[in-house]
Design a protein around this ligand. Structure first.
Ligand SMILES: NC(=O)c1ccc[n+]([C@@H]2O[C@H](COP(=O)([O-])OP(=O)(O)OC[C@H]3O[C@@H](n4cnc5c(N)ncnc54)[C@H](O)[C@@H]3O)[C@@H](O)[C@H]2O)c1
Length: 355
């Protein structure tokens, strides 16, 4: 059996162990009794698997979708945990994408002031990103992830077979984070560049998932509280969030790709030590994943949303984490007027050059 185990060691994440294995679900990860939390889509597809690996465990199913990442779903789960008489020594097993992991992780943080939980991520995004790092949350009053807590899972069990049932759009969404990690991690970028004709091939993706987890786990281990280094994971996110808040027609991962595309071009104008050949290759990868430049709202409309970004010191100075060279990024701060003007020019140029 091929098996990769990453141990994350730090005072904050000392207990988490990520197992990537063909038979990851066989790992005996649970302390005490297990209760399974999943969503309706995953349960429809994997009910037998869940029953086989967690026999007799109570199962609580939330309706699938980001719109259900709410207090109602959280409290329904907490109620089910109480009804199942879960105790301090028991374990909540979250089987699903980032939504299930975020809601389940928060419930585990709250129930009896904290019980163990295990992540079994079933989307590409959850496997390479959301299940690692210990961030948990629900949305409130229309604001994403407004209420949450840091709580590290006891185990993250990653099984690549879940990718077989994932629609192409969800694969593309996960690829947004994979390309982001690649821009920040030089060896991973080489792998993605070499495999650029197979980016949607599940077999290829299964080979890059462990390197993505190792990269994110290393960043989190070095900066668990997001005081410095972890901010690199915001690459492209200022512009990604601006477009996402403006029209919300694409997935988050697709907006991350769009954000990196635009911020790579902004870096060419503002970062002195840009590697233009790398930015060209990054642009090629992004456009391949997106299949062109997607339909977006006018950049001028989106730019206004960047003024609200948490990273800005004021609404007139737009803070960006932009790609500049392979394995490197730059923290830029642009005058809002320049950001607005340049974003509009970049959009026109990209459409001319790429479409
Ligand atoms: N905690 C973090 O650090 C972190 C990081 C990034 C994103 N997130 C959060 O993650 C969420 C997005 O995660 P997501 O993209 O996984 O969304 P998701 O959990 O909604 O899953 C996407 C869709 O895929 C379905 N699905 C899941 N596994 C499947 C499978 N194996 N086969 C077929 N369908 C499957 C789900 O039912 C859902 O319809 C957002 O709420 C975001 O805020 C959290």
């Amino acid at each position: 059996m091929r098996r990769r185990v990453f141990r994350i060691r730090s005072s904050v994440v000392e207990e988490s162990v990520i197992v990537c294995a063909k038979d990851a679900l066989r790992e005996s990860a649970c302390r005490g009794r297990a209760m399974v939390f999943t969503d309706s889509n995953v349960y429809a597809l994997y009910r037998d698997t869940i029953e086989r690996y967690f026999p007799g465990a109570p199962v609580h199913v939330m309706p699938a979708g980001e719109e259900h990442k709410t207090q109602d779903t959280l409290f329904a789960l907490l109620g089910a945990m109480a009804a199942a008489e879960l105790h301090r020594g028991d374990t909540l097993v979250c089987v699903g994408g980032g939504v299930t992991g975020d809601v389940g992780g928060l419930a585990a943080a709250l129930y009896m002031r904290g019980i163990a939980f295990v992540q079994v991520p079933t989307t590409l995004l959850a496997q390479v990103d959301s299940s690692v790092g210990g961030k948990t949350a629900i949305d409130l009053n229309g604001v994403k992830n407004l209420v949450g807590a840091f709580r590290q899972p006891r185990r993250v069990l990653v099984d690549g077979r879940f990718l077989d049932t994932l629609p192409a759009r969800e694969i593309r969404c996960g690829l947004g984070e994979i390309v982001k990690h690649g821009a920040l991690c030089a060896p991973l970028f080489d792998t993605l560049w070499e495999g650029r004709d197979r980016l949607f091939d599940r077999t290829f993706l299964r080979t890059v998932v462990p390197a993505n987890i190792a990269f994110k786990a290393d960043v989190v281990r070095r900066d668990p509280d997001e005081k410095g280094l972890r901010k690199c994971l915001n690459l492209g996110h200022t512009t990604a969030h601006a477009f996402e808040l403006c029209d919300a027609k694409l997935s988050h991962g697709e907006y991350v790709l769009v954000g990196m595309l635009f911020e790579g071009e902004l870096a060419r104008l503002h970062a002195p030590d840009c590697d233009h050949a790398f930015l060209e290759r990054l642009r090629t990868l992004i456009v391949r994943v997106l299949g062109g430049v997607p339909q977006l709202p006018p950049a001028a409309e989106a730019a206004a949303f960047a003024r609200l970004d948490k990273k800005n010191r004021s609404g007139d100075r737009i803070a960006l984490t932009a790609p500049v060279k392979q394995g490197g990024y730059a923290l830029l701060e642009l005058d809002y007027g320049a950001y607005l003007r340049e974003l509009t020019q970049i959009e026109a140029r990209l459409r001319e050059e790429i479409c």
